[in-house]
Design a protein around this ligand. Structure first.
Ligand code: RNT
Ligand code: ZN
Length: 426
C-alpha cells in the first residue's frame, strides 16, 4: 500500500482533479477549506455496545434497541473508551465532536443514581476533549434502568417514575450546559425516550399529554444557547413498542416548533422507504436548527454502521443545497458489536465525511440552471456525470493535509491496534 499512496502521486492527482472541477466552476481549494470546518458528532456508544459505566449495570437493557454481536475487546471503562476513541479519531480527517450518554459518567467505583449525577463525573471527558480539541454533545439515558422497566419514562402515568426522569433530565441539561461553557462550544443535549407499547394502547392521547407536560417542566429552566442546545428525537417503533411510540414524529415536530428546540431526525426512525434527506428543507423552512442521527437501518431500525450509500449522500447534498451547514448538526448513531468497534467508527465517520465532501464538490449551480430552464433531461444527465468526477483525488488530498491515513491504509493500523490493545483486554 505504501507504494500506491505517495505524496507526489496524491498531489498530482489533486492538481488534475482541481483543473477538472474548475472547468465546472468548482474551486477545490476552497472546498478543502470548508471541509476543515465540518465537524461531525461521533457517538461514544459504538465503543462498548451502549453499555456505559454505571456501577452494577448489566449493559444495554430495554429501551427497544439492541446491540448484537460479541466481537472481543470492547472498552470496559472511561480510559479504555477514550483510548479507543483517540485511535479512531486519529484515522478520521478533521476536528470533530464526541457524543456522550449520561451512563458514561465516571463515579470512581461508587454507585450514583441518575438523578444525582453532576459535572464532576464528566471531568475526565472534558479534560480529554480539551486535550484533543474536541467538542462534546450529550444525552440523558432513559433505558437500562429499573425505573424504565415499565416501558414508560417521561410519559409515565406514575408520578414517581416520571419525576425521577425529570430530575435526571435536569441533571443532564445542567451537565451539558457546563460542558458547553467549559469547551467554548454549545453542547447539544438530545432527549430520546423509549416510551411506547408493544400492543394497541387505548389512551394514545393521555401519554402524549403527559410527555408534553414533563418536557415543559424540563425546559422551564432556561440556559444560554451559547452553552446548551436542546434537541428532541422522535421514533416510529422499537422492540417492544411496535404498536405505539409516545414521542412520534408529529409529536416532536409540533413540540420543537412551538418550544423552539432542535428537532432530531434519526435515519432509522421512519418507515423503510421514508428518507430524512427529504425532510431537511421542509423543516428548515420553519425550524432554526436540526440534529441528525445518521444511521443505517436494514429492514428496521437496526443501527448498522453508516456507509457511503445513496441516502447518506442525499443527506449531505441537501445540507449543501440548502446552504445549511451552520444549521444542521451531523451526528452518528449506530452500534455494531459484531465487528471491530474502532473500524465501525472509522468506516461510519469516513463515509459521512466523504458524502459531505462529494456534496461540497458538486457543481450544484449547473444542475440548478438545467432545472430552472426546464431541461430535465440535462438535469438528470448532469447528476449522473457528476457522480463520477474524480472526488477521491480531493478526498486523498484532504486526508494527506490532515495527516491521516490515505485510502485503505487505516485498516492495517486498526488491525495492529486490535492485536496490541483490544485482544489483551480480558
Ligand atoms: C434509539 C435512538 C437513540 C439511541 C441513542 C443510544 O432508537 O436512536 O438516539 O440510539 O441514544
Ligand atoms: Zn438516534
Amino acid at each position: 500500500m505504501q507504494k500506491i499512496y505517495n505524496e507526489t502521486g496524491i498531489n498530482d492527482n489533486y492538481q488534475k482533479a482541481k483543473a477538472l472541477y474548475e472547468s465546472f466552476g468548482v474551486d477545490t481549494d476552497s472546498v478543502l477549506e470548508e471541509m476543515k470546518k465540518v465537524s461531525i458528532s461521533i457517538h461514544c456508544w459504538q465503543g462498548d455496545d451502549v453499555g456505559g459505566f454505571e456501577v452494577g449495570s448489566a449493559g444495554l437493557v430495554g429501551g427497544g434497541i439492541l446491540a448484537t454481536g460479541n466481537h472481543p475487546g470492547k472498552a470496559r471503562n472511561g480510559d479504555e473508551l477514550r483510548q479507543d476513541l483517540t485511535k479512531a479519531l486519529s484515522l478520521i480527517p478533521g476536528k470533530h465532536r464526541v457524543n456522550l450518554h449520561a451512563i458514561y459518567a465516571e463515579t470512581d467505583g461508587k454507585f450514583v443514581e441518575r438523578d444525582e449525577i453532576s459535572i464532576e463525573h464528566f471531568d475526565k471527558w472534558i479534560a480529554w476533549a480539551k486535550d484533543q480539541g474536541l467538542g462534546i454533545d450529550f444525552n440523558p439515558t432513559y433505558f437500562s434502568h429499573a425505573m424504565a422497566e415499565s416501558g414508560f419514562t417521561l410519559s409515565s402515568k406514575d408520578k414517581r417514575i416520571r419525576d425521577f426522569w425529570i430530575r435526571h433530565t435536569h441533571r443532564c441539561r445542567e451537565i451539558a450546559a457546563e460542558i458547553g461553557r467549559e469547551l467554548g462550544s454549545p453542547c447539544v443535549n438530545n432527549i430520546w425516550i423509549p416510551d411506547g407499547c408493544k400492543d394497541l394502547p387505548v389512551d394514545r392521547a393521555g401519554y402524549r399529554q403527559i410527555l408534553k407536560e414533563s418536557l415543559d417542566e424540563i425546559f422551564d429552566i432556561k440556559y444560554d444557547k451559547k452553552y446548551l442546545l436542546d434537541a428532541v428525537e422522535c421514533k416510529l417503533f422499537g422492540i417492544g413498542s411496535e404498536a405505539y411510540v409516545v414521542g412520534s414524529h408529529e409529536f416532536y415536530m409540533g413540540y420543537a416548533l412551538t418550544r423552539d428546540t432542535l428537532l432530531c431526525l434519526d435515519a432509522g426512525h421512519f418507515h423503510p422507504t421514508e428518507v430524512i434527506s427529504d425532510k431537511i428543507s421542509s423543516l428548515l423552512t420553519y425550524i432554526d436548527e436540526l440534529l441528525l442521527h445518521v444511521s443505517r437501518g436494514i429492514r428496521w431500525d437496526s443501527d448498522h454502521v453508516v456507509i457511503l450509500n445513496d441516502e447518506v449522500l442525499a443527506i449531505a447534498q441537501e445540507i449543501k443545497r440548502c446552504n445549511a451547514f451552520n444549521k444542521v448538526h451531523f451526528g452518528l448513531d449506530f452500534f455494531d458489536a459484531s465487528i471491530n468497534r474502532i473500524m465501525a467508527w472509522v468506516i461510519g465517520a469516513r463515509a459521512s465525511l466523504k458524502a459531505i465532501l462529494m456534496a461540497l464538490l458538486e457543481p450544484t449551480h449547473l444542475i440548478k440552471e438545467a432545472e430552472d430552464s426546464g431541461n430535465l433531461g440535462k438535469r438528470l444527465a448532469l447528476m449522473e456525470e457528476f457522480k463520477t468526477l474524480p472526488f477521491v483525488a480531493v478526498w486523498d488530498k484532504f486526508c494527506l493535509d490532515q495527516g491521516v491515513a490515505i485510502g485503505a491504509q487505516w485498516i492495517d493500523d486498526v488491525e495492529r491496534y486490535e492485536e496490541e490493545v483490544l485482544l489483551k483486554r480480558k
